[in-house]
Design a binder for this molecule. Sequence first.
Ligand code: ATP
Length: 454
Amino acid sequence: MVKQDDNLMKEIVALCKRRGLIYPGSEIYGGLANTWDYGPYGVLLKNNVKQAWWKEMVMKRSDIVGLDSGILMNPKVWEASGHVTSFTDPMVDCTKCHNRFKEDSVDQAIVINGKPGCPAGGEHELTPARQFNLMFQTHIGPVTDEESTAYLRPETAQGIFVNFKNVLDSTRVKLPFGIAQIGKAFRNEITPGNFTFRTLEFEQFELEYFVYPETADKFFADWADERLRWYVDLGLDSAKVHLKAHDKKDLAHYARAVTDIEYKFPFGWSELEGIANRGDYDLAQHAESSGENLDYTDDEGKKVKPYVIEPSGGVDRAVLAFLVDAYREEEVKPSFAKATEGPDEKRIVLRLDPRLAPIKAAVFPLVRKEPVMGKAKEIYENLKGKWFVEYDESGTVGKRYRRQDEIGTPYCITVDFEGLESEPQTVTIRDRDTMEQKRIVIDQVGEWLAGKIN
Ligand code: ATP
């Protein structure tokens, strides 16, 4: 059963905290709004999402190379890119309740008894809109003045554009080719929220794919399809993720076309990733501002100003979508529950793709007695160099299953007397989704897991 009520997000947030996936930021000091920390299982899940992206976008491709550029960059980068003047949201203030809102989201911002309203009573009294720059500023060096101003990058893409020439000069890439990067970005969002969906600090995975201008439309369409497929391949319900093209009239001046990948979160269809045809805007801006020649010279010596197709996604939004999509509250029918699962009749389970699951397998001794415990530890020791696995001997096996279900562990391996007495020796492996158990020869456990997980 997929729970669809309004409390779903609350329950997911609670599960994330209870099970060490995601915690509120700086919690012991009362928190810091819209910052979140990934706990021991959350960091594994997030790393797996990043690895899946890196594998697909860089490792498996001969036409894409990776990059890891700095968060701090010369402020001229942000002047050339247009962020200093234009990376803004229109903001309004309410003179009655003194809250500040993004102009287009006042109606959703404060809801009183199911209706939009002002906490000071009646409707908001709003000031005219002012443009508010989303970049976080800092200062380099001991003096805090305009000269020393620097910015925490609001996107990773510009680090790619400013290294375009370096990559051309130091590698053998040929048009069409891409440069991919995963890294932190920072935005002083006016209306953050919805758990990790919109935060002040987040990670992006971005690809800048440089192409001959006349091929840009085709690559734009191909990348949109390819990126959508990636999310579905890693488990997102294909009925809950779709492409949504932006109207031409709503495009930023530098974009020739934009299509978003949206997921149907409990709070509505929302953007996971944007795919944009940015023409030659970025390279042209940086060429002009820096004075460097950022043309590409083809095999015949002809100069080309490449267009760029940009699939730009948020790691945290992807993680949230995978979590929400995997979350289930299930009735475990007594006939279905094996004797070892105890009397529990309800379970929460994250049906994550095994490639994304933080822990791939948990090893349990059925009883806290030798030689069962020793054998279970031995199996755990053998597996732990290859994958993140856990050993757990505390509480009933039913409780141990529930705990692993809640963090999405696909397989639980249990050592019992029966298996140790048989020839050859066996263990049971319990499948998270079907809850069925089967016996496997101990020596084959590693190979069996590899077949299921890799
Ligand atoms: P939105 O319209 O939701 O603010 P955007 O169109 O401004 O997003 P982009 O600038 O295209 O976002 O950034 C690329 C991706 O980075 C987004 O698709 C999203 O996944 C992620 N992202 C952007 N802002 C945030 C944020 N504040 N918190 C988490 N992820 C973000």
